[in-house]
Design a protein around this ligand. Structure first.
Ligand code: RIB
Ligand code: CA
Length: 327
């Protein structure tokens, strides 16, 4: 039985790889993609989502534009990381046509509210939580009605990626992240937090990219096209040969929860000062508050790559010999 999912994202290079994984996974039905300002301005994100859907021959999936700026802060994009077009300066042609036929005037918050309240729908959040926060403001019960919420964001013991202590999605809109975590906790729900502690372990290397190309030149060529800029960014910023692909791990964790392990805790988000955007995970229960998050600290990296490579290339998992010979 396939699971209905809405993916809220800010495409974005790794968001795009996550969309590809989701669209190639028969266990889930992507009911829609809601876009939020983050890596890219929201309209650019809509266009990039459509470019990915077109490559995947899935333009049937509606793409709905959401919030164009954070709840309170100034909007800060991440085009320095994702390229001027938000897709690794691949400068793929824009896809003509209506991104969401029959949904005119329907906002991302409306789309989320209607589908989550209907039941049986999960939410995979890959960008700043602004759309989710606007839903929490409008109808918190709708947000809490999600079967599951898996969020790529935050960090426990890992260092930040846009400040010494903060991860971009929650730093770009800390007020939104805080409201969402508090809302979910107050309604007895937990967010599955796929943070930098586990996503940093997912590094697309030149070897892996070459392997992908050998397995499926069309898909490998597309991935190479949109990640080239990202490889350069990681070399310049961290002297890393490869690129950390955060968002696909959140999709993989939804597909197979056993890929990750961690613990439940109350998590809060700092909204001001030098540690703005930091997730403060109360692992030792000092505050004696009910858990509002499952914080992941360990990942089965070979199992992730088997899943990711198999589904994107179409080669059966049992034929993917990556972990033994190529890691
Ligand atoms: O910090 C990494 C996250 O921020 C990823 O989701 C990336 O796409 C950006 O949105
Ligand atoms: Ca993202």
């Amino acid at each position: 039985m396939e699971k209905k999912v809405i993916i809220d994202c800010d495409p974005g290079i790794d968001d795009s790889l996550a969309l590809m994984l989701a669209l190639r996974s028969p266990e889930i039905r992507v009911a829609g993609i809601t876009v939020v300002a983050g890596n890219s301005p929201v309209e650019m994100g809509v266009g990039n989502a459509r470019k990915v859907l077109s490559f995947m021959h899935r333009l049937d999936v509606p793409v709905i534009a959401g919030e164009s700026r954070p709840l309170a802060r100034e909007y800060v994009n991440a085009l320095d990381t994702h390229g001027a077009d938000g897709l690794g300066e691949s400068f793929l042609p824009e896809i003509p046509g209506d991104p969401a036929p029959g949904l005119h005037g329907v906002t991302a918050v409306d789309f989320l509210e209607e589908n989550l309240l209907h039941g049986g729908c999960s939410l995979i959040a890959l960008g700043p939580m602004t759309n989710l926060a606007r839903l929490a403001e409008k109808n918190p019960a709708a947000l809490a009605a999600a079967e599951e919420i898996v969020s790529m964001g935050g960090n426990f013991r890992s260092y930040g990626n846009c400040s010494p202590v903060a991860e971009y999605n929650y730093w770009e809109d800390p007020d939104a992240a805080r409201l969402v975590y508090h809302t979910m906790g107050s309604l007895g729900r937990k967010i599955r937090m796929v943070g930098l502690d586990v996503t940093r372990k997912i590094v697309l290397t030149p070897t892996l990219l070459e392997y992908m190309n050998r397995l499926n030149p069309e898909v490998g060529g597309f991935v190479r096209k949109i990640t080239r800029f990202y490889f350069d960014f990681h070399w310049i910023q961290e002297r890393l040969i490869g690129c950390v692909i955060n968002d696909p791990l959140a999709v993989a964790a939804f597909l197979d929860p056993a890929l990750l392990s961690g613990f439940d805790a109350f998590t809060d988000v700092e909204v001001q000062g030098i540690s703005m955007g930091q997730t403060v995970v109360d692992a030792m229960k000092f505050w004696r508050k009910p858990a509002n998050s499952t914080v992941y600290t360990e990942a089965d990296v070979p199992a992730f790559w088997k899943m990711f490579l198999s589904r994107l290339t179409g080669v059966p998992e049992e034929e993917i010999d990556f972990p033994e010979r190529r890691f």
